[in-house]
Design a protein around this ligand. Structure first.
Ligand code: CA
Length: 226
């Protein structure tokens, strides 16, 4: 049974989260302040943490920072009443796995819990090389050849392309690209992704303005087709 540590100082919300997670079959441990959260995270090693930001004693950011400093890589979904970009950015920089803004539906929360746990348990299979048309890509070296010419790919270009090809035919949202290619070391804007895709198309597509392989999925992200 997967164990979830829920950290929330609002009693009704805490109880509601606990009930719903238990109904879904999770074992639930709860904390009402940041210090208790940190102690429980260390002593119970949960599979996932739901972490409120505004908390007594230590706030959620501080809990997350100290947790990561101690080498705990427990997945964390931050809960917050604020929808400010700065909170989202800070949380992800500190190593949160996802972020949900209050008020949220329990259905949405459960979906994110499942997604984070699933990603945790089955990291996507990485491909090392791929060929389409006259393009060959060696992901280990971040190098492509096109019609015999060698083309260097940047770390992020190769990362985006690898993610899209690994999930060939499936639309991949910009947020997932940020999560999986940039991770939490940096958190660029989604515009950065678009710029990298433009460069990828210039390097690999026969007609970069009418791409045949690296396609835009309107309002969502990108997908790769052969
Ligand atoms: Ca709170």
């Amino acid at each position: 049974m997967e164990k979830i540590l829920v950290v929330e100082d609002e009693p009704d919300l805490l109880m509601g989260l606990q009930d719903n997670l238990e109904i879904e079959g999770y074992q639930v441990v709860t904390a009402k302040d940041g210090q208790a959260a940190l102690d429980l995270a260390m002593s119970t090693c949960p599979d996932l943490m739901l972490l409120d930001i505004m908390l007594p004693k230590l706030n959620g950011f501080e809990v997350l920072r100290q947790l990561r400093q101690k080498g705990m890589d427990t997945p964390v979904i931050m809960l917050t009443a604020k929808s400010q970009e700065v909170d989202r950015v800070l949380g992800l920089e500190l190593g949160a796995d996802d972020y949900i803004t209050k008020p949220f539906s329990i259905r949405e929360l459960l979906a994110r819990v499942k997604a984070v746990l699933r990603r945790r348990h089955s990291p996507p299979q990485q491909i090392d090389a791929y060929q389409f048309g006259d393009v060959k890509i060696d992901f280990r070296k971040s190098v492509a050849t096109k019609g015999g010419q060698t083309i260097e790919l940047s770390h992020y270009e190769a990362g985006i392309l690898r993610l899209l090809i690994t999930n060939k035919g499936e639309p991949i949202g910009r947020n997932r690209i940020l999560d999986e290619v940039w991770g939490y070391e940096l958190y660029p804007t989604t515009r950065t992704i678009d710029n990298h895709v433009v460069k990828l198309r210039q390097k690999l597509e026969a007609d970069p303005h009418n791409p045949a392989h690296i396609l835009t999925v309107h309002g969502m992200g990108y997908k790769f087709v052969d």
